[in-house]
Design a protein around this ligand. Structure first.
Ligand code: FNR
Length: 367
């Protein structure tokens, strides 16, 4: 069915399971171990409800906002996710174009299957792009890469720190590639280390990644770029505090979509905990969040609790896999419509009107 007939973000997932290659589906959908975190990421959003306000004339609303110095038409960004070509031959360039048309930010994965120049060339004039970095075992390669993306005109660097070890991504491991010759390869970095036969997609593409990261690595990245640094994979209040102390400009509360530590907490619960216990942190660093976001209501809940923007992972890959650029555009339109609808119905004209007392865990609660 055409992209225009997709009504819910999850409709793309339904079709993706039916049309993607088994390798692509297994790699995209997979999560760690018994997938407790993967399922709870989604369930957790359902534990938070609104406390709507009425009679506020919300007929003239806007979803525009900024985060980490970037303008966006709505508080949604494309989370960095590898290997878009597994789902569609044009890969991440589709995402760049759809993001440009929608006026939102794309975060480019270090393991993207399109080349950096291809994506930067597909930008509209003035379209910001963010680059996500995995540190290389050879730090000099990372230094060169950070300098290269800075020169290309990236607007920020996302440093992903939650892949300290290659976890067992169950579906992907089960699927182990039978035939590798027709599998797209990551393009930005070195070819897979030690051959690819009999390895899961995750194993194939991650061989270069360092497993010995420390807090000093934020300073290392800082030495090679003037861009804002956003640390991705933060999962506790203590580590938000440390990110501030180490000079990061932003954090993404994330458990990698449930792909790393199984039984890591749902990011919305971490966000709520910060709101309850350390609301002062929101004025010291910009907080973003991703994981299990599937509706505009989810986005609005996160914003009300203090997040500046919300990342979308799998749904983007699914929509790209089923319908290419059109699918990603339709997906973003669904988010735009649902965010607008939710904001208006709870009494918010602008993102600034969203307040913590408008959202809480399943009530009654005292706002
Ligand atoms: C990811 N994610 C990810 N994160 C990152 O920093 N660099 C990467 O290369 C990837 N690659 C990647 C591939 C695939 C197939 C998935 C599903 C995820 C994690 C991603 O940025 C994000 O944190 C999660 O996908 C968010 O959860 P949802 O939206 O998929 O539930």
């Amino acid at each position: 069915p055409p992209a225009s007939s997709m009504l819910l973000v999850t409709d793309f997932e339904y079709w993706a399971e039916r049309v993607l290659s088994t390798t692509a589906w297994a790699y995209y959908r997979s999560a760690a171990d018994e997938e407790a975190t993967f399922f709870d990421n989604r369930e957790a959003w359902r534990r938070y409800f609104f406390r709507p306000r009425i009679l506020r004339d919300t007929s003239h609303g806007s979803t525009e906002t900024t985060f980490v110095g970037m303008q966006t038409s709505m508080p949604v960004f494309i989370a960095p996710a590898a290997m878009a070509k597994l789902g569609h031959p044009l890969g991440e360039v589709n995402l760049t174009k759809a993001a440009g048309n929608a006026g939102i930010i794309q975060a480019i994965s270090a393991n993207a299957s399109c080349g950096l120049e291809e994506m930067f060339d597909a930008r509209q004039p003035g379209q910001p792009l963010v680059f996500q970095l995995y540190l290389n075992k050879d730090r000099s390669a990372s230094a060169a890469l950070v300098e290269r993306v800075t020169q290309l005109g990236a607007s920020a660097i996302i440093l992903t720190v939650d892949v300290c070890w290659q976890s067992k991504r169950t579906l992907d491991v089960r699927e182990k590639l039978k035939e590798v010759s027709d599998t797209p390869k990551p393009k930005i970095l070195a070819p897979p280390v030690g051959g690819t036969k009999g390895k899961s997609v995750s194993e194939q593409i991650s061989g270069y990644q360092a497993t010995n990261l420390t807090w000093d690595d934020i300073g290392f990245v800082r030495k090679h770029t003037h861009l804002p640094i956003i640390v991705k994979g933060v999962q506790s209040i203590e580590d938000v505090q440390l990110c501030i102390e180490h000079g990061a400009q932003g954090v993404i509360l994330s458990n990698h979509g449930g792909r790393q530590a199984d039984y890591a907490p749902a990011p919305i619960d971490v966000l709520y905990e910060i709101r309850e216990l350390r609301p002062d942190l929101f004025s010291k660093i910009e907080v973003m969040i991703d994981g299990g976001v599937r509706t505009g209501a989810d986005v609005v809940k996160a914003l009300a609790l203090g997040a500046k923007a919300v990342g979308i992972g799998r749904p983007i890959l699914y929509a790209n896999g089923t319908h290419g650029e059109d699918g990603v555009s339709r997906l973003l339109q669904i988010f735009q419509e649902e965010i607008t609808n939710t904001m208006r119905n709870i009494g918010a004209n602008t993102v600034a009107d969203l307040k913590p007392e408008m959202v809480g865990p399943i009530g009654p609660w005292v706002g």
